[in-house]
Design a protein around this ligand. Structure first.
Ligand code: AMP
Length: 297
């Protein structure tokens, strides 16, 4: 059996084999410009308990950010990342409601594969049960195929829980998929464990509940709630370790196209967190509009 990806290290040969494929996303009128004429606009948002905080890790570097200068409005490409139960699912719902992006969650793709009973699903489950990363050879192709579908290409995408390692980011870039914005939700670990252990799913409606903070409305719903097999205290700690080991490596990939990251308190209401994300997305759209206006002039 292939081992799980315990950390972000993936053999160079395997990554280059993945990357050496034709690019699927065509890019017309590719232009290079400063992404951040407005210093309030972050390309990476970091939500944390430390409050709103602007980081400028590479402030001395000239930013490199690629945008399309085509006449047709390009759909948004958003990546969202965070520890287990950091609120990704909730924020994804709010983002897709407002922006109409196709929500692609790597974890959901893997769970669908497990439910389908495939060999890849069986291998994925072994890793997921240990709180470890599923090997790139399974995840990368799954995500790439979903991103390549016409709805993602036309409406834009919101990629949730991918990349979880630098090799995954590099592989996706090799296929021509790059985000316009990377959002990281960062919530204190104690809160995360409590959130995960109490999390329940209604298999009928797909709605997520929490036995303490967001209990089901009726006894009938309560009786059918299920718990994810990896939502136990023991497993969430392993998943948190895996997240912590890999998050910096993933961030460092996107630092190259980022001039600023802002820390925003993630332990606030979902509306407040969404307001921050929404404002960043609005800024991005406005920037694009301004850029396409100056191209047209
Ligand atoms: P999630 O639904 O995002 O909490 O992911 C559940 C589990 O699926 C993780 O703990 C990993 O074992 C696996 N998984 C999800 N996304 C990825 C990924 N991008 N790479 C490798 N494994 C993943």
């Amino acid at each position: 059996m292939a081992a799980c990806n315990v950390n972000s290290v993936y053999s160079a040969a395997s990554v280059s084999a993945i990357v050496a494929q034709p690019k699927l996303q065509s890019r017309t009128s590719l232009s290079r410009y400063n992404p951040n004429p407005n210093p309030k606009f972050p390309n990476i948002l970091l939500f944390s308990s430390r409050g709103v905080d602007l980081i400028s890790r590479r402030s001395s570097r000239t930013p490199n950010f690629l945008v399309l200068g085509s006449s047709k409005a390009e759909p948004l490409r958003v990546m969202i990342s965070g520890a287990p139960a950091s609120g990704k699912g909730t924020q994804c719902e709010l983002i897709t409601q407002k922006y109409g992006l196709v929500h692609i969650a790597a974890g959901d793709l893997l769970r669908a594969e497990i439910a389908a009973g495939s060999e890849n699903g069986r291998r994925a489950k072994e890793c997921m049960e240990k709180g470890q990363l599923v090997p790139d050879e399974i995840v990368v192709m799954m995500v790439k195929e979903r991103l390549s579908k016409p709805d993602s290409q036309e409406k834009g995408w919101l990629l949730d829980g991918y990349p979880r390692s630098s090799s995954q980011a590099i592989a996706l870039k090799g296929y021509g998929f790059e985000p316009d914005i990377f959002i990281l939700l960062d919530v204190p670990e104690g809160i995360l464990v409590e959130r995960v252990v109490g999390r329940r799913l209604d298999p009928v409606t797909g709605k997520i509940y929490h036995i303490k903070y967001s209990p089901p409305e009726t006894e009938e719903i309560a009786s059918r709630l299920t718990q994810r097999f990896d939502d136990t205290e023991e497993k969430v700690k392993l998943r948190l370790n895996t997240h912590n080991e890999n998050v910096e490596a993933v961030l460092s990939i996107y630092e190259d196209i980022t001039i600023k990251a802002s820390h925003i308190n993630g332990n606030v209401s979902k509306e407040d967190v969404f307001a921050q994300i929404d404002s960043a997305l609005q800024n991005l759209l406005q920037q694009r509009k301004a850029t396409s206006g100056s191209h047209a002039a």
